[in-house]
Design a protein around this ligand. Sequence first.
Ligand SMILES: NC(=O)c1ccc[n+]([C@@H]2O[C@H](COP(=O)([O-])OP(=O)(O)OC[C@H]3O[C@@H](n4cnc5c(N)ncnc54)[C@H](O)[C@@H]3O)[C@@H](O)[C@H]2O)c1
Length: 262
Amino acid sequence: MSGRLKGKSVLVTGAGSGMGRVISIACAAEGAQVTAVDMNVDSATATSDEIVKAGGKAISVAGNVTQRSDVAAAVAASVEAFGKLDVMFNIAGMIKPAHFMDTTEENFRNTLDVNALGTLITQQEAAKQMIKQGHGGKLILVSSIAGRQGYPDFSAYCASKFAVNALNQSAAHSLAQHKITSNAFAPGVVDTPLWKQLDLDLVAIGSSEKPGEAYEAFSGANLIGRKGVSEDVIGTALFLASSDSDYMTGQIIMIDGGMVLV
Ligand SMILES: NC(=O)c1ccc[n+]([C@@H]2O[C@H](COP(=O)([O-])OP(=O)(O)OC[C@H]3O[C@@H](n4cnc5c(N)ncnc54)[C@H](O)[C@@H]3O)[C@@H](O)[C@H]2O)c1
């Protein structure tokens, strides 16, 4: 590790599992002080404990990204512990598949609430702090291949990730004057607890016949020719958090092994 995030205060939502967990650990290994936020606080604490045990600096905070007061409290905790906020990763997210014609208002609202409104709230609360500090900052979001094309069983999720792309661009436009950038990365199929549940949910709605079938079909469909793991996003996540990405904003980097070429 090169210490390229030395002294940076980095907040990560969804830090208790999957990609949020490995990003938190990787940022700490690069010298960042990490605020691990998750609505499952035990999982966030497991991540921060792992960082501290390895000699890094981290705290954990319970927080639901759909609740502005939770997110504001997480930002405040980060400032209290580390004196400032430099980088915010909003990685928290969810998916509940349904055939297009079966997608309910409840599913649509829940999904947009977490993935889209949660993005807006985390961007705003992090940016408020960064504007106050006066030396800029980085907002990093997670889109998806589902933010690049509509999939039949993921209507609500696709709508939510297209919304993330829009919020990324809107934030880039409106916060550039404060030297705050907003960028996103877009994974393909990543072997995390989210996909394990998604695979079972796809069986439940009749879109695949047995557990593992949907995951095998989706995860094999890429040019690189192997399945994606959380660690595959680390290089890009660290690039976006570091000064190496200072001259880019409003962009989305695909990390999908070559599934969707845009
Ligand atoms: N796994 C994939 O294949 C894949 C592909 C593309 C994009 N993504 C996106 O990447 C992100 C992380 O996915 P993952 O696969 O690592 O998932 P995961 O389920 O392993 O982790 C998500 C974490 O977010 C937390 N979370 C969920 N809702 C929350 C809320 N309202 N407030 C706070 N925390 C909340 C969960 O408790 C969990 O710890 C999600 O936004 C997901 O949509 C995942």
